[in-house]
Design a protein around this ligand. Structure first.
Ligand code: ZN
Length: 685
């Protein structure tokens, strides 16, 4: 699963310092401070690019390995397009042909509207919105579409479509403009036939009932290690009989799968370890046969391989786009370990006992022996399939429950992607709008990257790992309040140490101001800005948000007598001002002590009261003000990324000796390039 939900991705740009559990920002590459992360914005989309920190310091072998895996990550692009909707590939080829050859006026408003539409379709890997799943409104007229088709060279389209423009135009206008046709990619309303109502291409000529009966007959409820039934196939009817068209070499999507397999084979030949070679061989066997037992066998091998510098994801993995939650879309990423960030987490982890022994909780609830958890921080080298261009921020796989239980899972945070979000959001006006003054803006800009990273490290590596239960306490005693309280415990542990001299002694801080920035960001978010996610009149429900609201409002109220935190109103706008950082730290320590007690003793009532009193309700007047200020910033809620270009360097024998990285700002250009060079499925008309 993608551990950062699409909702969080959607808002991560808004809540700049919103580090959920699995969202570690990156260490900053020293020489790349002037990297230009922002590329362009259209409709509700913002396009960024990410960089590859310390890629040069990988060995030539590792780079070659990454290169082959990256080609495999791009090779399956067409599969996703076809899975999203049966006519997506034909429509994409048509858009590409128009962009390439249209001979009419390219400066007109209608052509500009067409280009925006095309960019949105490229972003969504199809004609439905990647998040809402609604079919796009083209933004230009049917008549204009016809004139675009007439003014373009359509000779490369399949069959004789190029010669029958009138007929083709009629067909295309029906699909793009008829609101009743293919309106939603994924229909999940109860009481409807979700299979018939979804435009996604996992089922054909079958009803939801037929599909459910088909898989019910195949399931073996007694199998302790069940396969992921239906994961890699389309359900169709042959001679009136319901059957599966399996994704495999000589089956559905075979020509794209064979190309993926070709590159995986090259990757295996230069893999870092024997273990990886065996693992890739299993993946190839699965792709070749479509055998879901092989897929599980591969995943067991992949999950067990945690030590390597280079890693990847490649397969039919997430089932969000199937209304019945079985069929997986194709996705891929290639990544390498962020050594700088991993050094940082190693320092914190190796001092875990010191943090535990000095924590402000009651001594009887401290752990005598605490081992920190090393969270793996990675950098993405290539995004593909359903991870491109909209990327997750954290990934936790494999998905099969029995493998997670027996072997475990790999959990990673995507450092360079998070960093691009952070950096691109600087200067979008959000911080300037909500920070108390210019001095705070400057301080946050200077120290936020390191401050965010350390907060996340402390939260993940020692915060969650600290403390213990009293003898006999039911670990499930806190029930529905367990999750926000546990997040609060980890957050407070981090906040408490953020302004401790130990951080400087360990060489983790360039300046103690970095710790103060953590407080600025946390309270501004908890008291003010995080509620831009919430619709007027609604309560806070999400666990991380409840945690932040609770900590911030509790600290505000408890510090009121000494004016520790001030809510300042200026020109009708509310700001948060911290007057005393050390007193605030003491308050964080007190709350940590209380929440540890609540957890250790299983004090449900006290935990419930904290969350309900401070974490749930929103001041309606303040909410309206914040929403209004946010709306005026006109920020795009969805973000996606342009990939870097990996260029192999060959010697005279044709062997790869190095791989260099190039970056491009041309979003449309990359889409056209991929359309030309990574299209491996035939298009039927
Ligand atoms: Zn957490």
């Amino acid at each position: 699963m993608k551990t950062i939900s699409k909702i969080v991705i959607l808002f991560i740009m808004i809540i700049l310092s919103d580090n959920g559990c699995k969202n570690a920002p990156s260490s900053e590459p020293a020489s790349k401070d002037d990297f230009n992360y922002f590329v362009e914005q259209f409709e509700d989309i913002r396009i960024l690019k990410y960089n590859l920190p310390a890629f040069e310091s990988l060995t030539p072998g590792q780079k070659e390995y990454i290169y082959y895996l990256s080609e495999a990550a791009l090779a399956g692009r067409d599969i996703l397009w076809d899975q999203n909707f049966r006519y997506n590939l034909l429509i994409r080829k048509t858009l590409e042909a128009i962009i390439e050859s249209y001979s009419g006026d390219r400066k007109s408003e209608e052509y500009k509207a067409f280009l925006v539409y095309a960019k949105r379709v490229f972003f969504a890997n199809g004609i439905h919105h990647h998040y809402s799943s609604d079919k796009f409104n083209p933004g230009f007229s049917k008549e204009y579409l016809v004139s675009l088709l007439n003014g373009s060279d359509l000779s490369k389209l399949p069959g004789d479509l190029g010669q029958r423009v009138d007929k083709f135009a009629l067909f295309l206008t029906q699909i793009l403009f008829n609101d009743d046709l293919y309106a939603k990619k994924v229909e999940q309303r109860e009481g409807t036939d979700m299979v018939a109502g979804s435009a996604s291409n996992f089922y054909e000529l079958v009803t939801q009932k037929e599909v459910e009966e088909f898989y019910a007959s195949k399931a073996d409820p007694k199998d302790p290690r069940p396969v992921s039934l239906g994961l890699n196939s389309k359900v169709i009817k042959v001679n009136g009989k319901v059957t599966e068209d399996v994704y495999k070499s000589d089956g559905r999507y075979g020509s794209a799968i064979d190309t993926i397999v070709k590159w995986l084979g090259k990757a295996a030949s230069v893999a870092e370890t024997e273990m990886q070679k065996k693992e890739i061989a299993l993946l190839i066997e699965y792709y070749t046969t479509g055998d879901l037992r092989k897929w599980d066998e591969y995943n067991v091998a992949w999950a067990g391989n945690t030590g390597s510098m280079v890693d990847y994801i490649n397969g039919f993995i997430e089932n969000y786009e199937d209304p019945l939650g079985m069929k997986a879309t194709w996705e891929a990423i290639v990544n390498y370990t962020d050594l700088e960030a991993s050094k940082r987490t190693a320092i914190i982890t190796s001092n875990a006992q010191w943090f535990e022994d000095n924590s402000p909780i009651q001594p009887q609830y401290r752990k005598e022996k605490v081992t920190g958890v090393a969270a793996k921080v990675i950098n993405i080298a290539m995004l593909g399939g359903d991870c491109y261009p909209a990327s997750p921020l954290g990934i936790n796989l494999p998905n099969a429950d029995w493998i997670r239980k027996e072997v475990g899972s790999k959990s990673v945070t995507l450092a360079n992607i998070s960093n691009a979000y952070d950096k691109a959001s600087q200067g979008n006006g959000f911080l300037e709008e909500f920070a108390f003054n210019a001095e705070e803006v400057a301080r946050v800009k200077e120290f936020r990257t390191i401050s965010d990273a350390l907060h996340t490290d402390l939260h993940e590596c020692v915060g969650h790992a600290s403390g213990k239960l009293a003898d006999g306490t039911d670990p499930n005693a806190l029930k529905n309040y367990a999750s926000p309280l546990e997040e609060a415990r980890a957050d407070l542990f981090a906040l408490y140490y953020m302004t401790d001299n130990k951080m400087k002694d360990l060489g983790l801080f360039p300046d103690m101001k970095a710790g103060e920035v953590a407080y600025d960001d946390y309270l501004r978010n908890g008291l003010l800005t995080q509620i831009v996610r919430i619709k007027p009149g609604k309560d806070i429900e999400q666990a991380h948000m409840r945690c932040r609201s609770m900590i911030s409002h509790w600290a505000y109220e408890k510090g009121k007598a000494e004016n520790v935190i001030e809510m300042v109103t200026r020109d009708g706008k509310t700001y948060v001002k911290i007057n005393d950082y050390q007193k605030l730290r003491t308050l964080f320590g007190q709350l940590l002590k209380e929440i540890q007690r609540i957890k250790s003793e299983g004090d449900f009532e006290a935990g419930k009261k904290l969350i309900e009193d401070y974490g749930v309700k929103i001041d309606q007047k303040l909410h309206a003000e914040v929403l209004d200020r946010y709306a005026k910033l006109n920020l795009a809620p969805y973000t996606g990324f342009i990939n870097p270009i990996l260029v192999p360097v060959y010697n005279t024998d044709g062997k790869i000796t190095d791989v260099t990285v190039e970056y491009t700002d041309d979003y449309l250009g990359q889409m056209m390039y991929y359309g030309k060079n990574y299209s491996f499925l035939p298009v039927k008309n």
